[in-house]
Design a protein around this ligand. Structure first.
Ligand SMILES: *[C@@H]1O[C@H](CO)[C@@H](O)[C@H](O)[C@H]1NC(C)=O
Ligand SMILES: *[C@@H]1O[C@H](CO)[C@@H](O)[C@H](O)[C@H]1NC(C)=O
Ligand SMILES: *[C@@H]1O[C@H](CO)[C@@H](O)[C@H](O)[C@H]1NC(C)=O
Ligand SMILES: *[C@@H]1O[C@H](CO)[C@@H](O)[C@H](O)[C@H]1NC(C)=O
Ligand SMILES: *[C@@H]1O[C@H](CO)[C@@H](O)[C@H](O)[C@H]1NC(C)=O
Length: 345
């Protein structure tokens, strides 16, 4: 029985679809082929009162990507453990009335920690040291002088396997702070540094993260005017260097499209996923050619998936931990099913 206002999760075991011609067997008329068997389902993250959001990541000490549910207004949290296929209620609240809850691996233990960006720009976190229950963690504010009122990004800048923190404030300045695990208990990150530039500072510009050059460090990509890719800030470990692309690429510029940066083919280089949030559900994969970044020639793999799915309905995650990203769709109709497909690109 499906609860009308619940979220139901379907784990779909798909026949592998390694090549383009086989995509038809995964996606039929824009939805996952009905012939695919349903392995598991669960009601999760009821949306009846609105204001809940989904986060994905490793929370429970294994390689499965779990789904985390956060209620913005109350700070209530539940975790869908993908390994045990069980829902875990978390008997504490965090980030209530907050601007945004995010995940990051701050201490490098491969488990996602929780980070809260509040409306006043302050950033606090809970370390996940107890398998995703967050019962034992003390809430910690990071170095009080680090505030962020525009774009906050977590990623490993220096390649030490711990996520560092990058912010572009409303003044357009990009600043970042490196995590230091011996300081996490006190919230002190190494002193903040700035990257003084007006890079990606237009009102419509969007900064995205991804390892663009395959060196294990997070770089920043500017989706200028939410349309053009012209340059990136490449991490040198200690700072960033601006790199202009040889060819400007127009990508995902329609109003109803949005861009994700993910390593789709598992080669260590971040690729692009452009998704239409309209009735077509058109999803386009643009591969990052090692050494060349994105070129028009690298555009391939276009299919329909997650009709009407917007940025809060569509995710690309390696849910089944096979080393390849899967597509996740939380349908925007009342039942809010989550479909997880398993395809290779
Ligand atoms: C969370 O709630 C605050 C206050 O109600 C609101 O301003 C903000 O947009 C919400 N954030 C999200 C991610 O829903
Ligand atoms: C955002 O942060 C910057 C840098 O800290 C500050 O100059 C600016 O006043 C803040 N803006 C708002 C609206 O809080
Ligand atoms: C970034 O944009 C804001 C808003 O338009 C502007 O006030 C600020 O001066 C810009 N910063 C830089 C470094 O260009
Ligand atoms: C990390 O913090 C410890 C303790 O404060 C300090 O001694 C050490 O130098 C810091 N490491 C780095 C790389 O900043
Ligand atoms: C906290 O941030 C300020 C401002 O960037 C910086 O000057 C200071 O060194 C930081 N404190 C520590 C202990 O990292």
């Amino acid at each position: 029985m499906w609860l009308i206002f619940g979220v139901s999760i379907f784990l779909l075991k798909l026949p592998s679809c390694q090549t383009l011609p086989m995509l038809g067997s995964c996606f039929v008329n824009g939805i996952v082929s009905p012939s695919i068997s349903r392995a598991n389902s669960v009601t999760f993250c009821s949306n009846a009162d609105g204001g809940s959001s989904l986060l994905f990541g490793r929370f429970t000490g294994n390689d499965f990507i779990d789904i985390f549910c956060h209620r913005n207004s109350t700070g209530g949290m539940t975790l869908f453990n993908m390994n045990s296929i069980q829902v875990l209620s978390i008997a504490r609240t965090f980030c209530e009335g907050g601007w945004r809850l995010m995940t990051a691996d701050l201490n490098g233990d491969s488990n996602q920690d929780l980070v809260c960006l509040r409306a006043d720009g302050s950033v606090s976190y809970l370390l996940n040291t107890d398998g995703g229950t967050f019962l034992t963690a003390a809430e910690q504010n990071i170095n009080a002088s680090f505030t962020c009122n525009k774009t906050l990004i977590f990623g490993d800048i220096n390649g030490d396997n711990k996520d560092d923190i990058v912010c572009q404030n409303e003044d357009g300045i990009i600043h970042f702070a490196l995590t230091n695990s011996s300081n996490l208990a006190t919230g002190l990150f190494t002193s903040q540094q700035t990257f003084p530039t007006s890079w990606c500072n237009g009102t419509m510009d969007q900064i995205m993260k991804g390892d663009l050059n395959g060196d294990g460090k997070i770089d920043l990509l500017c989706h200028a005017e939410r349309t053009y890719l012209r340059s990136a800030l490449i991490s040198s470990g200690a700072s960033f260097e601006e790199e202009l692309f040889e060819m400007e690429l127009e990508v995902c510029g329609d109003e109803n499209q949005f861009l994700l940066v993910r390593d789709i083919n598992g080669d260590g280089y971040a690729d692009l996923v452009c998704k239409s949030s309209d009735l077509t559900g058109t999803t386009k994969i643009i591969h990052n050619k090692p050494g060349e970044y994105f070129t028009d020639q690298s555009v391939r793999n276009e299919f329909r998936f997650c009709v009407n799915g917007g940025p809060t309905n569509f995710y690309v995650e390696d849910v089944n931990r096979d080393g390849f990203d899967d597509l996740v769709c939380q349908t925007s109709i009342a039942k809010r099913y989550i479909f997880i497909s398993r395809c290779y690109f």
